[in-house]
Ligand binder design. Structure first.
Ligand code: WQD
Length: 324
């Protein structure tokens, strides 16, 4: 069984490819290399350079590589950019998925894993977000991820596909320095940037209704995200011929960390001790988003293995690799 991994040269994609290849799962990567890098791919993994919007290329790739399942990770992922360019985000993320699904259905590919996001939940008003928490995305990026889940589920029902949507929480870290994300604009790299420039890390708001007043998130090591994909692939490959798997699963740890706790951890790991500075709240930031990771544990037997220290240590090694 060969799996097509769209976006397989990206930050998360590169980790997923590596995890599957190491487990002996045959893979082929489709990536437009807009943010992906060929250096993220292990030797011997075939790369098709092009867009998920290119239907003839998809048809050829599915046929030539005898693809039996698709992991669809290719997407645009900058929340701010999605607010400025919603048409671009809907086109790339929703039309891109629609094109992949149309090609998969016509080629008789019956298994699809979709990369989704905690952004589908928006501002959840619960201690632990489980998969039945209402989805109310707060920006076009989150909307495209939710629309993608709906489209996948509708196709699964109409065309008899097995489908798994994986909602990633706050992904950080790297399995190896050269696999880290050069374009990352999240808390951990932003704090590295400030500290290495001799500037205090910025804390966006310290008056949230949380224990230390700063926002709480569920940070998950990218290697754990990759192993969750392998678990989904195994589950789909183990399904009987008449079984249709339909799952929507959080990928998180079930443990929250505040911005101040993360900054402390980063200060500790980097050894650069500059006290953080409070800045105004960032619009649209929920106070707390922490996953319940129960369903994925029950359904796939998967749970996260890495802690925040290992995420920050490996992210720091990656940062130093990218900024020698
Ligand atoms: C985390 C916390 C910031 C930088 C985003 C997307 C989400 C998903 C993951 C893709 C927040 C605070 C940050 C800084 C700070 N993306 N912060 N100082 O917003 O939780 O999630 O990335 O799937 O959809 O929204 O992540 O890393 O930007 O911020 O205080 O310099 O850190 O306000 O509370 P976020 P983040």
């Amino acid at each position: 069984m060969t799996w097509l991994i769209t976006g397989g040269a990206g930050y998360i994609g590169g980790h997923v490819v590596r995890e599957l290849a190491a487990a002996g799962v045959p893979v082929v990567v489709l990536d437009d290399l807009s943010s992906g890098r060929t250096a993220h791919l292990p030797p011997g993994v075939p790369l098709v350079t092009g867009s998920t919007l290119d239907r003839p290329l998809l048809d050829r790739t599915l046929a030539e590589h005898r693809v039996t399942g698709v992991l669809h990770l290719a997407a645009r992922k900058q929340v701010g950019e999605s607010v400025e360019r919603p048409l671009f985000y809907y086109h790339e993320n929703v039309e891109g998925l629609r094109t992949v699904l149309a090609a998969a259905v016509d080629a008789g590919v019956g298994r699809v894993v979709l990369s989704s996001s905690a952004a589908v939940y928006g501002m959840p008003d619960v201690d632990l977000v489980d998969e039945s928490t209402p989805c109310l995305p707060m920006n076009p990026y989150g909307e495209t991820k939710l629309a993608g889940e709906w489209l996948l589920n509708a196709c699964a029902a109409a065309h008899g596909l097995s489908a798994v949507s994986l909602r990633y929480f706050n992904v950080a870290g790297a399995a190896a320095p050269e696999l880290s994300d050069p374009g990352a604009a999240n808390l951990v790299p932003l704090v590295f940037r400030r500290l290495t420039a001799g500037l205090p890390p910025l804390v966006f708001g310290d008056d949230y209704p949380t224990p230390d007043g700063t926002c709480v998130r569920d940070y998950i090591h990218v290697s754990d995200v990759a192993s969750a994909h392998l678990a989904a692939v195994r589950r789909l490959e183990a399904a009987g011929p008449a079984e249709r798997v339909r799952l929507t699963l959080n990928i998180g740890t079930g443990r929250g960390a505040s911005v101040l706790e993360m900054v402390d951890e980063i200060t500790e790991v980097t050894g650069i001790r500059i006290a953080p500075e409070t800045a105004p709240r960032r619009p649209g930031d929920p106070a707390r988003v922490v996953a319940s990771a129960e369903l994925i544990r029950r359904e796939l037997g998967w749970s996260a293995r890495h802690d925040v220290r290992s995420m920050v240590t490996s992210a720091w090694a990656g940062w130093q690799h990218l900024h020698p």
